[in-house]
Design a protein around this ligand. Structure first.
Ligand code: ARG
Length: 312
């Protein structure tokens, strides 16, 4: 009898652990100061995983290319191999749903400066093309040199932390609308901070600042990096850095996409994966499963086992 119980529970735990959508909504927290949103509202927004752990956001700029932040793919001043990364598109929920594809190549501009996060962008070439649908779309990028006027309403979108205290990503896609802050004012704020903290915080021409200046409370945060900053549904920024999150004195800083219009288009043309025939297919199988969710399900199963042992 005990053995039978055991066998049943092992089978149950396997099923529970492999079922994609059980027990994933433990925590609905709120990007900082934002609200839940739906992928169909921002269908080009994607999740980027490193070894199955959610790391960063990104935006689809073609059926085969994702734009994200360079710092998401760097370790010890080098680019991490693309075999460790996957992209999930077409879902509002973290770690589940939509379509997951492997990454074939990661291209970062030579000018990327990790010390001050200047030119913080990367183009990912996907192993297979993503078909567009209601929940998968392609975003437009502004022409070379375009400037968003100061004080324009812009929107951050992502699965990042919803409070400075909560150091985990959000289970549901968030969006928050803030305002662009003049580069001059933003640079001045960060220059002052640099003096007091000893950290180098330079706001260059390839950056765009956005937040609620002197108010705070709304911003992107950890795990939002790489994701979109939108102005009238065009991708004007790539979430990059900031001093803490939602601080009243310090706006969030994004990579200014219009500085790289030419580089992005050249990169997409040069890295179009035309030569790719089955190169990526062996990489993936169970990628994207969140071990925490799986662990949660396992705990539940252990409880069931104990229960069944007591009442057998
Ligand atoms: N660097 C962070 C990341 O890797 C995102 C920073 C955005 N911070 C901010 N205050 N807007 O996810």
């Amino acid at each position: 009898m005990w053995l039978l119980n055991f066998v049943v529970m092992v089978i149950a735990s396997t099923i529970l652990c492999l079922s994609p959508s059980f027990a994933t909504e433990e925590l609905v927290a709120l990007i900082i100061g934002g609200t839940n949103t739906d992928i169909e509202r921002y269908p080009y927004t994607v999740q980027i995983y490193r070894n199955s752990d959610f790391k960063c956001g990104g935006s689809l700029i073609s059926h085969r290319h994702v734009l994200s932040a360079a710092h998401c793919f760097f370790k010890n001043n080098g680019i991490i191999s693309p075999v460790h990364f996957t992209v999930r598109a077409g879902t509002s929920k973290l770690n589940t749903g939509g379509t997951e594809v492997a990454v074939y190549q990661i291209i970062v501009p030579d000018r990327y400066n990790p010390k001050i996060s200047d030119n913080d962008l990367a183009v990912l070439v996907l192993c297979s093309k993503l078909a567009t649908s209601a929940s998968i779309g392609i975003v437009t990028i502004p022409r070379q040199g375009y400037e968003v006027p100061d004080n324009s309403a812009v929107t951050y979108v992502g699965w990042g932390s919803t409070s400075v205290q909560i150091s985990q990503p959000s289970q549901i896609l968030q969006s928050v609308t803030v305002f662009t802050v003049s580069r001059h004012v933003c640079a001045e704020r960060y220059a002052r901070q640099e003096v007091s903290s000893g950290r180098v915080m330079v706001v260059t021409h390839n950056m765009i600042c956005a937040g609620l200046l002197d108010i705070g409370g709304k911003d992107a945060c950890q795990w939002d990096s790489g994701g979109p900053l939108l102005f009238n549904n065009t991708l004007v920024g790539i979430i990059s850095w900031g001093y803490q999150c939602a601080h009243s004195n310090f706006p969030g800083v994004a990579t200014r996409v219009s500085s790289f219009y030419r580089w992005i288009h050249e990169t997409m043309a040069n890295y179009n994966a035309d030569e790719l025939i089955g190169v990526c297919t062996s990489q993936k199988s169970a990628a994207g499963r969140n071990p925490m969710n799986c662990r949660g399900r396992l705990y539940l199963t252990y409880l069931l086992i104990i229960y069944s042992l007591i009442f057998k």
